[in-house]
Design a protein. Structure first.
Length: 177
């Protein structure tokens, strides 16, 4: 019992209490369903990254585009023994390796730098199902902002496919001359 100067205790009916619980529980169930069954869609971070457009050819002294500069190797020729793993490479559909196909001389050491936020590898073979996977070369795990090396001294002239053991959809090609 309360006296006139006290606040009365407000009680609710069991039916009203159950309605309140239902109002709280139904949105939690819906959010749980979305989280569990659509996790791959919501957890694909970072979002897809598009590659920058190629730079236009520089005009020569006559004002026309120089045919030698258009047919010459890209300025990356100086870094022909380097492969980078760009940010966002772990998301399928984004560029995996830059460049994804390189030509080197036998004995060159290819430096692989990981610019992504997750670990990657450069492993010989066409994928995990390849019985010769990792038999010719393997950088092992390259953590974010670190680098690894592929030594071509033991490779004969030819083409060698490679992939990432962590993300097998990431593939590339090394041509040894």
């Amino acid at each position: 019992m309360t006296t006139p100067d006290e606040n009365p205790i407000i009680r609710t009916s069991p039916a009203r209490f159950m309605k309140g619980l239902v109002i709280i529980i139904i949105p939690l169930i819906v959010l749980g369903y979305i989280t569990v069954f659509h996790w791959d869609d919501t957890a694909s971070v970072p979002p897809p990254v598009s590659a920058p457009p190629p730079a236009p050819a520089a005009p020569d002294s006559t004002g026309a585009e120089s045919s030698t500069s258009a047919n010459a190797p890209a300025p990356a020729a100086a870094s022909a023994t380097a492969i980078s793993i760009p940010a966002g490479a772990a998301t399928q559909g984004n560029p995996s390796y830059t460049p994804d196909s390189i030509t080197v001389s036998k004995g060159d050491v290819i430096t692989v730098s990981n610019e992504d936020t997750v670990p990657h590898t450069v492993t010989s073979g066409s994928g995990p199902q390849d019985p010769n996977s990792a038999k010719l070369f393997d950088t092992s795990i390259i953590m974010a902002a670190e680098s690894g090396e592929v030594d071509t001294a033991t490779l004969e002239a030819g083409e060698y496919q490679y992939y990432c053991t962590v993300h097998p959809f990431m593939t590339g090609l090394i041509t040894v001359q």
